[in-house]
Design a protein around this ligand. Sequence first.
Ligand code: ZN
Length: 371
Amino acid sequence: MTTGFYTDERTFWHSVGLQALFLPVGGWVQPPSGAAGADTPDSKRRLLSLVQASGLIDHLAVSSAEPVTTDDMLRVHTLDYIERFKATSDAGGGDLGGFAPFSAGGYEIAALSAGLAKAAVDDVLSGKHDNAYALCRPAGHHCLPGGSMGFCLLCNIPIAIEAARAKHGALRVAVVDWDVHHGNGTQAVYYDRDDTLTISLHQENCFPPGYSGEHDRGEGRGAGYNLNIPLAPGAGDDAYRYAFTSLVLPAIEKFAPDLIIVASGLDAGAADPLARMLAHSDTFRAMTAELKDLAVRLCGGKLVVVHEGGYSEAVVPFLGLAIVETLSGHRTAVVDPTLEIFLPQQPGAASLAFHRQVVDTLVHDWAASQV
Ligand code: ZN
């Protein structure tokens, strides 16, 4: 079997300008003295470096990809947004709203980032690779058809899905978003459609600010095809695995997709500066293994993992490596040194029972909504 790995150095040159965490410098926000804000290239570049240094890269089919075209974008985005994005990028960069600034050339880099996801999906569907990982930057899952949001400038995954449908015909696609922030952009694109099951596990009320979405199930033909799983701050390994086995996997199985895509933010990791969860590398290893097995049973193993957020430069490489190791079936000699810190931090019995109760309630409500 082969695992495709899609990356391009140019995506690491995307810049959000000078920020402190996610705050633009100015007013009462002091310029940082050292590293810039949260969305730097380093977490992703260090993941690529670990894939290389560990030797895992020898077990992957590595390539870049062509940028997506305007036609690709317009299957998902409004013409007005694409024209404003291009003009602002050409004029030296700016911010079209929603906490998503970019510098000169941001348009071309975003098109390349989406192109990595498009190629990964196309190559898995055409049988070139069994599964794939797209190391996209900028991320995509907050971006709306008509506007940027949350470090996201294009809807990477929907653009990839719609390009695949244009080429390969009708496809049933399940998107599982385990980024700690809600996958609101993907939800918005597919909210009224029954050919795409969108599932988001996220920290309740985190981002978009104050949104949890447990009652938002889709509308029209899309009713029953959108599943939000808001978890309470502090949810750790057990809560994620419990949500997976009791809710995520059964929902995908019932949907019977032709392809499974993961919106793989790594900011549910225990040290992330933009959220408050306690997942670790074994959490992501286990969730990937579950989806890989499910994909083999349901859709010939067709599984594509698309990188989204994740802002702990030290920890993200170990989380991502666990995912790519699992996709490829090759375990390297790397031992995650953060596990001895994060394993003892997991919720105790009372907290663990609380987080399972949160999931049980969501399972009950989802089942009731399916009748
Ligand atoms: Zn995120």
